[in-house]
Design a protein around this ligand. Structure first.
Ligand SMILES: [Ca+2]
Length: 257
């Protein structure tokens, strides 16, 4: 454990094996934490920040331990990202390069942690979890079965198609993307023909999925399709399926190189 700073304005440590930096900013006003004599991380307000760096990604979690800030905390990371992988509601990424910049709306957050993940290089990748998806009808959140993505997943009774979940990514550029879905490990109550429909350039493609499988935390492919940049494309799942339950977790779009 390396102490990066221990002053009355900030305390920060770096754990090399995990690539994790933990910092607490004690004062309002722009403050940088340095590592090896170079700026690493800054905050505009009192905050607590966890930063994890791997070869290909940066993940950051920001909270307001005072629970008193009513506006946004501006965080800057002295790293350049190729794309945003995922961000919690309340996080606005304002810049990816040359430095990563994000704004975290902590108003009313009561100390809750806000997370964002960035890809440093390689193909653009966007994850949309069920918590960010557009929900219609009766879906219930659960975290009983293992290997879901994020904080939970949704289930609905199999029905007529009135209950839907729509995952809409913000794609950074036009091109061909492979679309993946994620499910927690399955059981025999689940549908074996859950209809995922991918809406892409020039049409839509429905893929029926056996949700009784045990993915073990893997992402599973729905195929590769052409998309415009922005929010025109999406994936929709409905409850028009056999079995007792249809499950909705996360969807991921990975750009083909
Ligand atoms: Ca999820």
């Amino acid at each position: 454990m390396l102490v990066l700073e221990n002053s009355n304005t900030a305390q920060a440590v770096y754990e090399k094996q995990l690539g994790v930096t933990g910092a607490v900013f004690w004062t309002d006003g722009l403050k940088w934490i340095q590592k090896d004599g170079v700026n690493l991380l800054s905050s505009s307000q009192k905050s607590s920040v966890m930063l994890q760096e791997t070869a290909g990604s940066v993940e950051v979690a920001v909270s307001d331990p005072t629970q008193l800030n009513t506006g946004t905390v501006s965080i800057e990371i002295n790293r350049s990202a190729a794309s945003l992988a995922a961000a919690d509601p309340g996080v606005t990424v304002t810049q990816l390069s040359p430095n990563i910049k994000l704004e975290v709306n902590v108003n009313g957050a009561k100390g809750r942690s806000f997370k964002a993940a960035f890809n440093l290089n390689g193909p653009a990748e966007v994850i949309v979890d069920n918590t960010e998806a557009q929900i219609t009808g009766a879906w219930t959140a659960s975290s009983v079965l293992p290997h879901y993505y994020g904080s939970d997943y949704l289930y609905s009774n199999s029905g007529t198609g009135a209950d839907t979940v729509r995952w809409t990514p913000v794609l950074p550029e036009a091109g061909r993307y492979t679309v993946y879905y994620r499910l927690p490990d399955g059981n025999t109550g689940r549908s074996t023909n859950a209809p995922f429909t991918v809406f892409h350039n020039g049409g839509s493609t429905q893929v029926r999925i056996n949700q009784q499988t045990v993915p073990g935390g893997s992402w599973l492919s729905l195929g590769s399709y052409e998309f415009q940049a922005g929010t025109q494309g999406y994936v929709e799942l409905t409850d028009q399926a056999n079995g007792t339950y249809v499950i909705a977790d996360a969807v991921k779009f990975v750009k083909q190189e």
